[in-house]
Design a protein around this ligand. Structure first.
Ligand code: ACO
Length: 326
């Protein structure tokens, strides 16, 4: 197929900052515990009026401008999210309307924190075949809206934000080289929101039992993450015919600094070849990787010809990695 790559990136995070010190006033925790266990110092929180499509819209406008592509020239919109505006219509359809991307097909993708990589794999394949020319792939989350702020196990971790990329044809030798996607449904219980779907429709009971909030078995997810980040990245490199030494920049899912550090050890990479912003934004699920990528681009850390590896893991369980030449 045609070579497909990233033409522009954009990110948006809400203005409101929630610091560890503020969390100390809300639950039994402290800055030292949060910092040493997670690396998180603060996270952004959407306003009451903001939903995921609003954050997605701001990030998408920036990505479109950076790519110099008009909204009307987008053929496909994929929004990866676990916090859609509503069950349906999809957040991608709501975004399509806001952007005026009239000719775009639009759908949401559910692969939790791996969703952005899953979205890139899907959208780039459709461009490589010649079916579409330009796609907008977005990760957008308002995790604050599904977080129980009386549960210290989870409320310290999550934040809100969105990242977007426009993808399309690039010159030969550049663009995506490989994708490694995977799932292990046997671990589905470890990370979930079980209320509000067809299994447990919303009822006074599901609300009493807090089934509309994120449940996470932190230690089990941690073990899975440490194992899968390294293996997924290595598998993407192998498929691309690249070696660890070829990596110029690793863009990992920002869940926990210790998980990122273990991936760096596994890949023999120095810290300066890795994007880290978990301290500022916490875990933004599907938005983490595109926000980190957009920030790296803003900071001039990504140059033509660089080899990038994007890698993430999340609920499902799922994982995904991509190797690309910028
Ligand atoms: N402040 C103080 N103490 C706390 C807090 C807190 N905020 N949260 C938990 N604790 C306590 C627990 O009660 C527990 O106490 P106990 O041992 O008496 O029961 C203890 O601290 C837990 O300590 P550890 O097990 O050593 O914690 P761990 O090193 O596993 O760190 C963490 C916990 C940060 C949650 C880690 O397991 C982790 O990062 N897991 C992966 C999370 C993740 O990546 N999730 C992806 C989510 S993606 C998505 O779906 C949006």
């Amino acid at each position: 197929g045609r070579p497909v790559g990233i033409l522009g990136t954009g990110k948006y995070v809400p203005d409101r900052v929630l610091t560890n010190q503020q969390l100390e006033q809300m639950v039994e925790t402290n800055d030292e515990w949060i910092t040493t266990r997670t690396g998180i110092k603060e996270r952004r929180i959407a306003s009451e009026a903001q939903a995921s499509s609003d954050l997605a819209y701001e990030a998408s406008l920036k990505a479109l401008a950076a790519a110099n592509v008009a909204a009307e020239d987008i053929d496909l919109i994929v929004v990866a999210t676990i916090t859609p505006d509503m069950a349906f219509p999809s957040t991608a359809c709501i975004l399509q309307e806001k952007l005026g991307a009239k000719k775009a097909a639009a759908f949401d993708l559910s692969a939790a924190c791996s969703g952005f990589i899953y979205g890139l794999a899907n959208a780039s394949s459709l461009i490589a075949t010649g079916m579409y020319r330009h796609a907008l792939v977005v990760g957008a989350e308002c995790l604050s809206k599904i977080t129980d702020y009386t549960d210290r196990n989870t409320c310290i971790l999550f934040g809100d934000g969105a990242g977007a990329v426009v993808i399309g044809e690039v010159p030969e030798g550049r663009g995506f080289r490989s994708f490694e996607l995977g799932a292990d449904g046997s671990g589905g219980e470890l990370l979930r929101i079980s209320g509000g779907g067809s299994r447990h429709p919303v009822s006074p009971d599901t609300i009493d039992e807090k089934l509309h909030y994120i449940y996470m078995a932190g230690r089990d997810v941690f073990k899975f993450a440490v194992r899968i980040m390294g293996t997924a990245a290595e598998e993407a490199l192998r498929k691309a015919g690249l070696a660890k030494e070829d990596i110029d920049l690793l863009v990992p899912h920002q869940a926990n600094i210790r998980i990122i550090q273990s991936a760096l050890e596994r890949l023999d990479l120095p810290e300066d070849k890795c994007v880290v912003n978990v301290d500022k934004y916490g875990n933004v699920s599907a938005a983490s990787i595109p926000i980190a990528l957009a920030e790296a681009v803003e900071e001039g850390r990504v140059n033509e010809g660089d080899v990038l590896v994007l890698v993430g893991f999340g609920g499902g369980l799922t994982w995904g990695a991509a190797a690309l030449v910028w």
